[in-house]
Design a protein around this ligand. Structure first.
Ligand SMILES: Nc1ncnc2c1ncn2[C@@H]1O[C@H](COP(=O)(O)OP(=O)(O)OP(=O)(O)O)[C@@H](O)[C@H]1O
Ligand SMILES: [Mg+2]
Length: 468
């Protein structure tokens, strides 16, 4: 139901009986003397301005009676998603267009829904259709390997990573220098990206923040290898941590033996990528190049094994996203989506969340829209106890997503969803009953219920039931 009080233009022959039937009771609306609906019209055929009583009607009636007053969607500039269930019109969406129009405060998207509700299909439709607009898409987190066929269909590429597979990525690759960045600044950017990644890997494996002395050991190890080789690898850093260079230690006023002790835990933590279960994936020069001109690049991590190996998945994501960052950080590279499918599996440790948050803060400067896919909003709370850093970081990611696409939620999730997103009772009742592929698109101050419309080819391409 919706209410209207408006002045509108009405041609002769308006149906007074319908208006009377739609009026609310006298108790609801104070009656004022109304102008006569039809006045003697000296200039026959002219359209005259009339006033209508305040009244209520269903959206079904309103969209016909007031076609120009119905919520007009988000404009016509963007990617077609499907039909707006209430207005019946087409629903199009483009985070960059909306950001420019100040309809949203950042281009990031959170997509949530129960298992099999159509989360991945919605993201796949948005991304593949956006390619026609010149946008590109990277999927660094695809633990089910379901984006491989999608990338192939749009002329993109997939990098398959896993123990025993021939592909190897060097996460310390410098990447291509953007034309707008000079050599000195680029050296600083590359150094800090490498340093951030090594810190994340160490903290993630150790399960705790690094101590001050460990930071120093890592800094000096990275400085040593950067001064020795042009393209350092993780094994180079591990060697420099186990056997620090005396000249670099001396420059920092430290004894080599102390530095060896300080960096021992970090060295063992990072060594996991060289000799542990992740060996062969990130421990040497890259065997493939990232082609930033491709419309879609996905990283298939299904070879890591499904189930409990989320830690390996997190380390892989940290390495792969650092490697991707080299391409993504070029602001002249156009608009790009970065998708974290099954994102809840990687949101477990503070180190990775901190990195994700830093990347997301830069999304506007880089022209990047991050899409985080989770089952429910309580996945964000499950990363840590109330008051913990991980919990604050995960909930910060939600705040950094101006667009929230909610597919069906379980009944026990509804009240938390409502309070986190500030939903109305009507919106909550809607989410509880959404059929497959239908979602509540919630933007600041506006929301739409949208049915994803798929082409027969997309139905086949996006199908994930085949394995069943
Ligand atoms: N609009 C739709 N209408 C009918 N079926 C759909 C629609 N959208 C998706 N599906 C089908 O539902 C199945 C599950 O979709 P999808 O993989 O997108 O769900 P999901 O929420 O990502 O699942 P999961 O939680 O397992 O990752 C797919 O086989 C897909 O073809
Ligand atoms: Mg999915």
């Amino acid at each position: 139901m919706a209410s209207q009080r408006s002045a509108y233009y009405e041609a002769d022959g308006a149906d007074r009986a319908t208006r009377r039937a739609n009026r609310t009771s006298a108790a609801d609306v104070p009656r004022k003397p109304q102008p006569r609906a039809f006045e003697a019209d000296p200039g026959a055929g002219r359209v005259r301005r009339l006033r209508v009583d305040a009244h209520r009607a269903t959206t079904r009636v309103l969209r016909v009676a007031y076609p120009f007053l119905a919520e007009g969607g988000l404009g016509a500039d963007g990617t077609y998603i499907g039909s707006d269930v209430f207005s019946g019109g087409s629903f199009v969406y483009d985070p960059w267009v909306l950001y420019q129009g100040r309809a949203i405060t950042n281009p990031n998207i959170l997509l949530a829904g129960v298992i099999g509700s159509g989360k991945s299909s919605t993201a796949k439709a948005l991304l593949t259709r956006s390619i026609a607009l010149g946008h590109k898409a990277y999927v660094p987190c695809d633990p089910k390997g379901e984006w491989t066929s999608v990338a192939a269909a749009v002329g993109g590429a997939t990098i398959k990573l896993g123990p025993g597979l021939p592909t190897r990525l060097n996460p310390l690759d410098a990447g291509r220098r953007p034309s707008a960045v000079d050599a000195d600044e680029w050296a600083r950017i590359v150094w800090s990206r490498r340093r951030a990644l090594l810190g994340t890997l160490a903290e993630s494996t150790l399960g705790r923040p690094l101590a001050a002395v460990e930071h120093t050991a890592l800094d000096l190890a990275l400085e040593t290898v950067t001064s020795q080789v042009e393209s350092p690898t993780i094994p180079d850093v591990v060697v420099a941590l186990f056997t620090p260079d005396s000249a670099w230690a001396g420059r920092a006023g430290l004894k080599t033996t102390d530095l060896t002790d300080d960096g021992r835990s970090v060295a063992h933590a990072i060594r996991r990528l060289v000799h542990g279960d992740l060996s062969g994936m990130f421990d040497g020069p890259s065997t493939t190049e990232f082609d930033p001109t491709l419309p879609m690049v996905t990283l298939d991590s299904s070879w890591l094994g499904s189930g409990g190996n989320d830690e390996a998945l997190r380390l892989t994501l940290a390495c792969a996203s650092s490697w991707l960052e080299a391409a993504v950080a070029d602001p002249s590279g156009g608009n790009r989506y970065i998708v974290y499918d099954e994102g809840w599996r990687v949101m477990r440790d503070a180190a990775l969340l901190r990195r994700m948050q830093e990347q997301w803060k830069l999304s506007r400067a880089w022209g990047v829209s991050n899409i985080l896919i989770v089952h429910r909003l309580s996945d964000l709370a499950a990363v840590g106890d109330l008051g913990s850093e991980a919990r604050a970081l995960a909930e910060g990611l939600l705040a950094d997503c101006s667009t929230r696409i909610m597919l069906r939620q379980e009944p026990d999730q509804l009240s938390r969803t409502a309070s986190l997103l500030g939903l109305t009772d009507v919106e909550i009742a809607t989410i509880a009953k959404l059929p497959k592929g239908r979602a509540l698109w919630r933007l600041p101050n506006r929301s739409f219920v949208v049915q994803l419309v798929r082409h027969a080819r997309e139905v086949e391409l996006f199908d994930t039931d085949a394995r069943m």
